[in-house]
Every structure is written in C-alpha cells, then in structure tokens.
Design a protein around this ligand. Structure first.
Ligand SMILES: Cc1cc2nc3c(=O)[nH]c(=O)nc-3n(C[C@H](O)[C@H](O)[C@H](O)COP(=O)(O)OP(=O)(O)OC[C@H]3O[C@@H](n4cnc5c(N)ncnc54)[C@H](O)[C@@H]3O)c2cc1C
Length: 508
C-alpha cells in the first residue's frame, strides 16, 4: 500500500530514524507505521556515531539501583529517581532484545558481555560492539529489522510542522520534499528527531541536528523542559573538521589522560581528575583553552598501540587527521554533544499535547536531569520505545474536527545565516555563560528569528532558558551565578518560539 493511500485512522507517524524512531516503529508492529526521515535509513543520525556504548547493569558486582544512583548523581538534582530506576531496571532486557535482533556485542573469551568503564559510572557497565562502533552496529541491526517488518514503510522527507485539529490535538505532520510541502494525516505522531548540537559551531552532532522536531513541538503547544541544559563533550578531536569527530570517554576509562602542550595535567587539582563528570572535564578544558593552552588527550604508549583493535573508530578518525595516537597526543576541545532538555514527556512518552509523543534526544523524560550520564541516551530511547507503543495502542483515535491550515511556503535555511547562528550559540550559549553574553544572544537570535530563520527560533528558546536560570547546575555554568538555588525544573509552555517565553517553574 502506498504511503498516501493509507488511512489516517490507523496510521502512526514516527519522525526520525535513529535509535528512538527505529525502536519505536519496531515496537509498534504490526500497527501501520510511516517512518519519516530526513535522510535515507542508516544515514544522518547521532545514533550511528555513538562510540562508547549502552549502559546496563549486567555485571555480577552491579545492580540497577547502583546504575540509577550514578544517573541521579550526574543529573545534579534534576533527574527523576523513579525514571532513573525504571530505565536502569529495563537495561539488561533491552540488551537482550538487541542481541535477539542480531546485534553482535563484544564478549569476553567465556562468552560473557565485555563491560567497559566510563566517567562517573561506579561499575564497569558499558556494553559495546566492535570496540567503539556500538552506534553503527546497533543502528544496522535496527535498520535490518525495520526493513524486514512489513507494517513499517519509510518516507524520506523533512518534517516542517504538525497538523492540529480545532482542539489542538495533533493529527499528522506537514512535511517537505524537494521544496514542496505536503500533509500526512495520522492518528498519532511520535517525534524522534534527535538533538540540537548542529546549532553550535563546534559540535559532534550530524548537520541535521537543528532541533526541528523540538520547534515543531513548541509551535504545537507542547510543554518543553530544561532547554538550557546542553552537554558539551570534553574531547572532540580538534583537527579542523565539522562536525568534529569524537574521542570517546572510554579512552580515559582505559587510562588516557588530558595534558597541555607542556605535558602538564589539565585536570590536576580538580575533583575526580580525568574521570570527573563530563561537565567538570569540559569546563577544565575550556578554562585551559581560555588561558591560551592547547589541550591533548594522551593515549601514547600501550593504549595508543592497542587503539586500532580496541577503538577502531577513533583510530580511523585520527588516521584521517594525520595523527598516530601511539606516538602523538590527540588535540581536543569541548563541543556541543547532547541536549538534556526537550519536549516534556510522561512515563509513556506522551507530550502535553494529545496525539503527540516524543522519544530519544528530542524528549525530556526526566532521566538525564542537568547532565546526562555517559551511555545513558541510547538506553533511554530503547526503554521508552515499548512504552510509547503501548500507550499509542491504548489511546483512542482523535475525534476532533479538522482545522485545515494553508500549506507553508518552504524556505531553506540560508547557509550564511546558519553560520552566524552557530557562532552566536558557540560564543554566547556555550560551556561558560553569563547574563551579558546570553542577552546578546537573545537579541541577535530574536532578530534572525523574526527574519524567518527556524534555527534561530530554536537557538532562541535555548538562550532564553539559559538566561532565565540564574544558577550553575550540571552542564549549565553561569560565571555570574556560580552557586546553586533549590533544584527546580524550568517548564516552558507553548508557542514561545514566536512569542515571549511564559516561564513556569516546578519543583524537581
Ligand atoms: C559522536 C557521538 C557519540 C555518542 N556516543 C554515545 C554513546 O556511546 N552512548 C550513548 O548512549 N549515547 C551516545 N551519544 C548520544 C546518542 O548517540 C544520541 O543521543 C542518540 O543516538 C539520539 O538518538 P535519536 O534517535 O533521538 O536521534 P538521532 O539518532 O540523531 O536520529 C534523529 C533522526 O531524526 C531525523 N530528523 C531530524 N530532523 C528531521 C526533520 N526535520 N525531518 C525528518 N527527519 C528528521 C534524522 O534524519 C535522524 O534520522 C553520542 C552522540 C554522538 C553525536
């Protein structure tokens, strides 16, 4: 059956084909799903680039409660304890689900899963595949499964916005292909469009990670939470590439250290040292760079020699940059990596707008709080996918009257404007923030947004949220407010992309 012939009363639209979209589509089977993705399956996702792995309490010395404790500690007061525990408890079963789909995880000689250690995890619990090619391996397995599932059809198109009925319930999507807009009605829509890293000049994210799903959700009136929390990965490889290749944190777990050009340890005197939480290490490196130092990840010696076998992806990325990690330290700097904030969802992935669900990085489920624990994001998407499928199955088909809106004129994002926006986000909404730079970002992004830039509208939501949080917490560091206030979520309600923010604070 063709995509357009399918009845909206039974169609579910999933937008995005990373781990979140693919897992949700699979969990919805045999229900009819149209998977809308900006790029063909297997391309253009952060999922495919994940290096470290998937956190799951599988070791004999581990337990879901310990995993949840580490998640809570990293989240800096804004992780929901029940969400952390439920996701951690689901971990081992989700790894088995992936194994059943044909994912070849790395194993010890006795057949047990090989478990790696990453920063801020108290146990070895990172399940990986082909060394540091976990994301690619998982993505390939999910894509194969989707292609073998007759109830899922794929449409390569860009999400432009959401269709809503007179009551505001989401009734489908407005997409664009080759500059032409069209509607795709549905009984339910799941946004799985990933993160916002490409709004920054330095990022590890794919170019399409511009937060289009987040903006569409905002414009449909969905509540958004904690948008100010953007995680900067401490060790993106500074070799002149955009997006920046990543040197996984697992390298530090295996003994690599951060040094400057004089060989002095960058993290000396900072609690946790090289294995401190991501935000602490990112700030340590940022401050060293601000003092004019050059920062390197030093894996010289045995680790560097083992790298082609243990970390083949990083080894290949270094080779492309002309670096031999066995004898040369790897130049690194922090880069926008992961968005903790997003569309507020409940335990079943439901947004505050009927008919709209969100999964993966575009959502704010309560797991990551102010700072994501490494290797928890693939896990989060896998854990929420079955709950979303179940909740869509239970939800009544929408009954409200249609509210036909004229189809929009499609205007591609201007490359020069996007470059400006990325520079503004990098300079003013980056690792270290203050009121002056954030106010400047808000003014400039307001102007660019008024001139029709969707990327500016999305960046503006983040900049405003960062300006409003007058404290330092997790990944959000304000040099003018280094202390902490009582832990509170910032929930922003609707259509603020085009109007002044309506801020509402709720206790964490
Ligand atoms: C370099 C790197 C390494 C990482 N390593 C790890 C790790 O080891 N462990 C871990 O847990 N996490 C890791 N992460 C984070 C993790 O990969 C992501 O958070 C996760 O993959 C997000 O999955 P997702 O499905 O939400 O989004 P994505 O995988 O980014 O997929 C988004 C999808 O949405 C589509 N899309 C976007 N906009 C539109 C639009 N307007 N219209 C249509 N489609 C659209 C894209 O084409 C894509 O198919 C890493 C991230 C990066 C960048």
């Amino acid at each position: 059956m063709s995509i357009f012939a399918r009845s909206p009363s039974d169609r579910v639209i999933v937008v995005g084909a990373g781990v979140a979209g693919l897992a949700t589509a699979l969990r919805l089977a045999p229900r009819a799903v149209t998977l809308v993705t900006a790029a063909p399956l297997g391309i253009g996702t952060a999922t495919g680039w994940a290096q470290g792995g998937i956190a799951a309490a599988m070791g004999s010395d581990d337990a879901p409660s310990l995993h949840a404790d580490d998640t809570l500690a990293a989240g800096a007061g804004l992780t929901e304890p029940d969400v952390a525990l439920r996701v951690a408890e689901a971990g081992p079963g989700l790894i088995e689900w992936l194994v059943a789909l044909g994912t070849g995880f790395d194993r010890e000689p006795d057949g047990a899963l090989a478990l790696g250690l990453e920063a801020a995890h108290s146990r070895r619990r990172i399940v990986r595949a082909r060394g540091d090619s976990t994301g690619r391996t998982v993505l390939d397995a999910l894509v194969r499964a989707v292609q073998a599932t007759p109830s899922i059809e794929t449409l390569v198109a860009g999400l432009h916005g959401l269709m809503q009925d007179a009551d505001g319930s989401v009734r489908g999507v407005v997409c664009e292909r080759d500059g032409v807009a069209f509607r795709l009605p549905a009984r339910a829509v799941v946004l799985a469009t990933g993160g916002v890293g490409a709004l920054y000049a330095s990022t590890t994210n794919p170019r399409g990670a511009l937060g289009r799903g987040l903006l569409a959700g905002a414009r449909a009136g969905a509540a958004l939470r904690d948008l100010e929390f953007v995680q900067f990965h401490p060790t993106a490889i500074a070799a002149g590439r955009d997006p920046m290749p990543l040197a996984t944190e697992a390298l530090r777990g295996e003994g690599a250290t951060l040094i400057d050009e004089l060989g002095a340890p960058v993290m000396a005197g900072i609690e946790g040292g090289d294995l401190a939480p991501r935000d602490v290490v990112a700030r340590g490196i940022f401050q060293a760079l601000a003092r004019g130092r050059t920062v390197y990840l030093d894996a010289r010696g045995r680790l560097g020699e083992r790298m082609p076998r243990r970390f083949p992806t990083v080894a290949a990325l270094c080779a492309e940059a002309g670096i031999d990690p066995a004898v040369q330290p790897i130049p690194v700097r922090p880069a926008a990596h992961y968005h903790m904030g997003g569309i507020l969802v409940d335990e079943a992935g439901r947004s505050t707008v009927p008919g709209l669900w969100a999964c993966g990085e575009v959502s704010s489920s309560g797991l990551h709080g102010a700072n994501r624990l490494a290797s928890n994001s693939l896990l989060e998407a896998l854990a929420f996918a079955p709950r979303i499928a179940e909740s869509i199955g239970d939800a009544p088909a929408p009954a409200g009257a249609d509210r036909p809106a004229p189809l929009p004129e499609i205007r591609p994002e201007d490359a020069a404007v996007l470059a400006d926006i990325r520079g503004i986000m990098e300079r003013c909404v980056g690792v270290v923030r203050d009121a002056a730079s954030l106010s400047q970002a808000v003014a400039q992004l307001t102007d660019l947004s008024a001139r029709g830039s969707e990327a500016a509208a999305t960046g503006l939501m983040i900049a405003r949220a960062a300006l409003d949080r007058r404290e330092s917490r997790g990944a959000h560091w304000r040099s003018d407010f280094p202390g902490q206030l009582p832990a509170r979520h910032a929930v922003v309600t609707p259509a603020l992309a085009d109007a002044p923010a309506l801020q509402e604070l709720t206790d964490a």
